[in-house]
Design a protein. Sequence first.
Length: 180
Amino acid sequence: MFQIDLVEKCKKNDRKAQLHLYRQYCDAMFCVSMRYLKNIDDAQDVTQEAFIRAFQKIDQFKAEVAFGAWLKKIVVNKCIDFLKSRHEHYLSLDENILNVVDDDNWKIEDDVSVDEVKLAIEHLPEKYKYVVMLYLIEGYDHSEISEILGITQTASRTQLLRGKNQLKELLMNKGYGARS
């Protein structure tokens, strides 16, 4: 069955179609939740809540993006909301004194694995970790990150730049050879 057909059936509250979509995406969305929450029980709960929310709001899905991308945004938002509810707040930056420069030339050596980068990201301060994850791993741009985290685009750029600098330091200290 085509995905758009499943979504249309879900819009009509077809439980079999919902179950089919759930089974198709539950593992991938659980992995997204785990990247943020690091706890199996919390990730399962948040993933379930995200699916409930998605099925409640499925009428808002307009197929402008793939269903998986739309669902992933809901999962990420639910994870961020969960973390915020646990009082993990983001540092508010005084943007009037910031001079943000985009640093798109940052690279790491070819022998550094994705897992090593992800592990290093976990050691970043909270205020940088989620911006770096959303940008580098999830592929969101600064306008999307600002919306998800409730910060400005300038704050997103600044936190990303500082987070990438700290990530580079972490990788260099581990001997992975990050370079500018």
